[in-house]
Write a protein that binds this ligand. Structure first.
Ligand SMILES: C[S@@+](CC[C@H](N)C(=O)[O-])C[C@H]1O[C@@H](n2cnc3c(N)ncnc32)[C@H](O)[C@@H]1O
Length: 234
């Protein structure tokens, strides 16, 4: 079930109204923990500028600001409705002076080269068909030595846990998520896009082909979520 970019954008426009609730409910609040760990993995000494691509409702941007007092975050997304939820949240959490959310496409960022100390993307790269292009854009906008963190869903490696999780992920999550999001496809797409995503080794190679080095993976909650990392060589 592949989707074109305009279909992905329309989907997020349609589900933005309850996106945070859906995530939190369907992951039993694990999603907040995963984003927190991602923010904590960033090494950000002093005043730094971070790019959060496919920022959606700004959850990662808020986590970064909470954990790194010297960080400012530019969040980019191509869904105006997701961004407007994010702006409201940033204001509510009193981070509106440090989080700037802007409408843009991750495949062609309207941002200066070598301008960010770090870049993140959580649960977004899977939605971008032209992953190579997005990875090259990350590389371009990062400063030499800059860190890239990419979080994505996967199925646990353990055979028993993997089978049990698949039962939930393939059979329970799609109808429940579709119902919560008032669509008949959003969470069916989530499940199929996770299955269509490259293996962890394959994806690490893609990150390496974009120029990143010091590649690695951190597995969270038995590998249901994974954080891929790379560094733009100095
Ligand atoms: C699953 S949401 C993740 C949002 C957020 N990072 C989080 O952790 O909740 C994926 C986001 O990617 C955005 N997106 C997908 N393709 C994009 C692209 N080519 N450029 C910018 N944003 C994109 C969608 O609009 C959506 O907000």
């Amino acid at each position: 079930m592949a989707m074109k970019d305009y279909q992905v954008k329309r989907m997020f426009e349609n589900i933005a109204f309850s996106y945070d609730f859906q995530n939190s409910f369907l992951s039993l609040r694990r999603d907040s923990y995963w984003r927190r760990v991602m923010a904590q993995c960033l090494r950000l000494p002093g005043e730094t500028l971070v790019l959060d691509m496919a920022t959606g409702t700004g959850e990662v941007a808020v986590e970064i600001c909470s954990h790194h007092p010297g960080a400012r975050v530019i969040g980019v997304d191509f869904s105006p409705k997701m961004l407007s939820m994010g702006r409201r949240k940033a204001k509510l959490k009193k981070f509106d002076s440090r989080i700037h959310l802007t409408l843009a496409d991750g495949r062609k960022l309207p941002l200066k080269s070598s301008s960010f100390e770090a870049a993140t993307i959580a649960f977004g790269i899977r939605n971008i068909e032209e992953r190579d292009q997005a990875l090259r854009e990350f590389y371009r906008v990062l400063k030499p030595g800059g860190q890239l963190l990419i979080m994505e869903f996967d199925i646990p490696d353990d055979p028993l846990l993997g089978t049990m999780y698949r039962l939930y992920f393939d059979y329970l999550l799609p109808p429940l998520g579709n119902w919560l999001s008032r669509t008949n496809y959003a969470y069916s797409y989530l499940a199929s896009s996770v299955h269509d995503f490259p293996t962890e080794q394959g994806f690490l190679e893609e990150i390496g082909r974009a120029g990143f080095t010091s590649l690695g993976i951190k597995k969270l909650t038995y590998g249901i979520a994974k954080i891929f990392r790379g560094i733009k060589s100095a």
